[in-house]
Design a protein around this ligand. Structure first.
Ligand SMILES: [Zn+2]
Length: 249
């Protein structure tokens, strides 16, 4: 069988993760230090699709080196330590709060995000059934393989967070297909962050270009207000978490 990334006919791995574990196990706290958060109900771990791996899709080199290097970089950004990034919090006059992260490696950060989208697209697991990049799948494959992240307006990803609120964060939801004006998009809800991919090349939308990771190594993480985040979770799971005693402020 052929590796889906390098297209070589070589032995393929039995297990390739679609969503890396670190994205929903250990992430930023509000002060952007690193924390390891514990799930309130440890047994619910099994409901998190950390076991969402795929067999026979990637060769060892592509999984461990090509995608592995992107994962190592981003996990170090999230865990601090060897990768130094600066974060600064802002509140706009309209009340919108965001954290600007600077000092990122644009190429690695962007390609990591795209690798998540691409892996979901090539996956045959029903959990990722909504994600189908069509003709862009091969284009994004080449970007990852060649290490070319293109411009920030090419397949931009907006990141929002509700991690500052007392709401469940140990959640990975099925990615959803959405409409962003006239374009297709995909929402990935993982570990208290929402990654919103817009499937477009050379996007000119001002706020998207301002928020998505850019060549200067900056990204803005938008903080979702609690009510809106609770509505979002209710939309996914049919549960009003903010009514639960564990999630009262
Ligand atoms: Zn390969």
């Amino acid at each position: 069988m052929k590796c889906k990334l390098c297209l070589r006919k070589v032995d393929l791995l039995k297990k390739s993760h679609i969503i890396p574990d670190f994205m929903h196990k250990e992430i930023f706290d509000e002060k952007h230090r690193m924390i390891k958060f514990t799930t309130q109900t440890p047994n619910s771990e099994t409901s998190v699709p950390s076991s969402e791996y795929e067999s026979n899709v990637l060769c060892k080199k592509c999984d461990n080196e090509v995608i592995g290097n992107l994962e190592t970089y981003v996990s170090r950004v999230l865990f601090g330590g060897r990768v130094r990034v600066a974060t600064k919090n802002y509140i706009k006059p309209d009340g919108l709060e965001f954290t600007q992260v600077s000092g990122l490696d644009y190429k690695k950060f962007k390609l990591f995000l795209l690798s998540l989208l691409w892996r979901a697209s090539i996956s045959s697991r029903s959990f990722f059934g909504n994600v189908n990049l069509g003709p862009y799948e091969d284009e994004i494959r080449e970007m990852i393989l060649k290490g070319d992240p293109f411009m920030s307006g090419d397949f931009p990803c907006i990141i929002t967070s509700y991690r500052k609120h007392n709401l469940p964060k140990e959640i990975v939801a099925e990615p959803k297909k959405i409409r962003l004006n006239t374009n297709i998009g995909y929402n990935f809800l993982i570990g208290g962050f929402m990654y919103i991919f817009k499937i477009i090349k050379n996007d000119k939308t001002k706020w998207i270009l301002e928020a998505a990771v850019n060549k200067n190594g900056e990204v803005k993480i938008i903080h979702t207000p609690k009510k809106q985040a609770a509505d979002l979770l209710a939309g996914y799971f049919g549960v009003r978490f903010e009514d639960h005693p564990d999630y009262k402020d």
